[in-house]
Design a protein around this ligand. Sequence first.
Ligand code: ATP
Length: 146
Amino acid sequence: MRPAAIKNQVSAGGVIFRENNAAIEIALVSVKGGNVWCLPKGIVDRDEKPEETAVREVKEETGLEGRIIEQIGKISYWYYIREENSRCRKTVHFYLMNYLSGNTADHDTEVDEAAWFSIDEALKKVSYKGDREIIGKAKEMIEKAE
Ligand code: ATP
């Protein structure tokens, strides 16, 4: 069946990082019953700036409070929404964030798990190429700033 409609969605998310025993760690979330690991993100609500969405979604999905340092970049992908028979193009803006406080045990029920990984482990763990590119850029940005 040909898609009846094309939709556009904009989301925002973050690479939240901390230093732990001289290693840089970032937080990932797992979804789809633990089969997919990805960066925390969500839809930019009406009247919300992408930066606000990123901080809010990181807090909700990982249980962690972060402060934005700078923008990393954006990714885009297509997916199919079966109930609507529509094709959706999603753009996700990602921000680099300093970890301030909170615990990954306090993630919300939209995700199956939230956990810290060393940035090199995270590069292997993530399921999507776009997320991997964003983490790679974040790594360069963090190393440059050190
Ligand atoms: P959001 O988290 O933005 O509120 P959502 O959970 O409704 O949105 P997505 O996470 O975008 O939606 O998932 C929709 C579809 O896109 C799923 O099939 C998912 O596997 C796929 N998807 C999610 N992230 C990516 C990505 N970075 N690259 C490619 N496909 C992705």
